[in-house]
Design a protein around this ligand. Sequence first.
Ligand SMILES: Nc1ncnc2c1ncn2[C@@H]1O[C@H](COP(=O)(O)OP(=O)(O)OP(=O)(O)O)[C@@H](O)[C@H]1O
Ligand SMILES: [Mg+2]
Length: 254
Amino acid sequence: MVEPDRRDGVLVVADGLYRTFRRGDEEIHAVRDVSLEVWPGEFVAVIGRSGSGKTTLLNLLGGLDTPSQGRVQLGSQDLYSLSSGEMLALRRGFIGYVFQSFALLPLLSALENVELPLRINGWRRSEREKRAREALELVGLSHRARHRPYELSGGEQQRVAIARAVAPRPSLLLADEPTGELDSITAQVIFRLFRDLVDRERVAVLTATHDRAITQYADRIIELRDGALVAEQRAGGERQPLEGDQLFRRPSSP
Ligand SMILES: Nc1ncnc2c1ncn2[C@@H]1O[C@H](COP(=O)(O)OP(=O)(O)OP(=O)(O)O)[C@@H](O)[C@H]1O
Ligand SMILES: [Mg+2]
């Protein structure tokens, strides 16, 4: 249980989130009544079958969609009460995004890809280069700085994408199926890297995945079913001993 006073330092709060899509006469409740908290330096995984609402939930938490009902708080800010300019500024400073398809710019080198968000955020040239090199180092790819994405393996491309996401020192990394296009061994390399970033950079990671290997690395697993949060499980997180198989059951629908 979380003590009420600890809520002060909370990074992300979702309160009674709903997202309903309309398709013709049909209403699809992609996310229904989801409330959750993410703390600084926590590694949280969202699991659930295809169509259970993982992407929709991540998009709502990352300001990429708008909830039908409910509230998202990032740090001390109420995300969906901000103007679009304020929201963009908050997103740029607060969140790093990692995608299944890596989304690197093909004509830029690894280093230039990592530098790009720093350039957009207005970092000075010398600081930006230093931090981009540091971020590449964090993902173990200093020796690939000059390579273009097509000269890198899928796993390496994803590591460059992760370096790009952490370079601006976000508080939260959002990763939707970051290992969806990678083999299972490489997937574990990526999860281990997230673990490492959480421990070394104090960034919080929230990732949606189908890969059960995540339980070895994440601190907490959240399960969605038909848009609702049905279970929350404390996981291994590698550096923490397993506290048994604690399952905190929650009501599955409102
Ligand atoms: N833009 C949209 N319009 C209509 N329905 C949508 C839209 N986006 C998502 N949905 C529906 O909402 C539900 C949840 O979709 P979502 O993409 O969040 O699932 P997911 O858990 O990420 O699935 P996957 O594991 O396949 O990525 C699905 O039934 C989906 O068809
Ligand atoms: Mg998805």
